[in-house]
Design a protein around this ligand. Structure first.
Ligand code: OAD
Length: 252
């Protein structure tokens, strides 16, 4: 009997264009907490207090304390073998590949991914709410500097992430959906697949006749639609999947 990971490797061998969609689960093994589930951030914190434009207007210091804490966790973290396996997949598929991430942690780029788009922005990006000044600032702030002020006009800086109720970056969204229409396989990793429009991407691939491979220790709304489900941590199963893809004899 062929194991699920061998089936997934076989599907990848037949794939012409691969869309990869990642969520918080791919960074879990790097020590970055996910949002939902038992130990998820949204179990401990209310997104209405921390991740909306209203929350920023009401209490910018509290919002920044939270993002600053997450920046600290991310700066201490390293990409894990799951992120690294996706770099190998990118090299294998070349321009027949796009990685779309909902993560704001930048770990895919640190691992070496290049053909990728960030749908929810980046936690180290900063934008001035008054003059629109933008910068990439890969650092945490000392507590007394929060909330940070714009170096150009003194206005309030905000993190360059998508808050609840905001639209996604237009160009990233366009590229992601164009790739979903082209893709004959979607590899969906570490996402609860409940936040739209990102969660619509696997359906878009399916609707255009493509197939889904899901990597997630838990079942999600996509599981019953997936051709192959790999119910294992991404950092463990993705390196195996890449090895099998490259091996001549898939049974070896
Ligand atoms: P979630 O926290 O909703 O889901 C994480 C998923 O990862 C769950 O389905 C877990 O079962 C799975 N998971 C956990 N550990 C894993 C591992 N080692 N390997 C593979 N999978 C694992 O995170 P997202 O789906 O990314 O949005 O959440 C989507 C969006 O909701 C986020 O981008 C964020 C959040 O609110 C914004 O901030 C706009």
């Amino acid at each position: 009997m062929t194991s699920p990971v061998e089936q997934a490797a076989e599907l990848l061998r037949r794939t012409r264009f691969l869309l990869v969609l990642t969520g918080a689960g791919i960074s879990a093994e790097s020590g970055i907490p996910t949002f939902r589930g038992k130990d998820g951030l949204w179990n401990r914190y209310d997104p209405q207090d921390l991740a909306t434009p209203e929350a920023l207007a009401r209490n910018p210091r509290l919002v920044w304390q939270w993002y600053n804490w997450r920046r600290g966790l991310i700066l201490k973290a390293r990409p894990n073998p799951g992120h690294e396996a996706l770099v190998h997949l990118e090299q294998h598929f070349g321009d027949r590949f796009l990685l779309v991430t909902q993560n704001v942690d930048g770990l895919h780029q640190r691992a070496g991914s290049q053909r990728m788009v960030e749908l929810h922005g980046n936690i180290f990006q900063e934008v001035c709410t008054r003059c629109g000044f933008e910068r990439y600032h890969e650092a945490t702030y000392p507590e007394e500097a929060l909330p940070p002020a714009c170096p150009q006009c003194g206005g309030l800086l905000r993190p360059g992430v998508v808050f609840f109720g905001e639209t996604l970056p237009e160009e990233a969204l366009r590229q992601a959906f164009a790739a979903a229409r082209q893709a004959d396989t979607a590899l969906v990793i570490g996402t609860s697949a409940v936040v739209y429009p990102a969660a619509a991407l696997p359906y878009e691939v399916k609707n255009h006749g493509g197939r889904l491979i899901e990597v997630n220790p838990e079942a999600t709304p996509l599981t019953s639609l997936a051709e192959v489900s790999l119910h294992e941590p991404a950092g463990r199963v993705l390196p195996r999947l890449v090895r099998l893809l490259h091996s001549r004899n898939p049974k070896a």
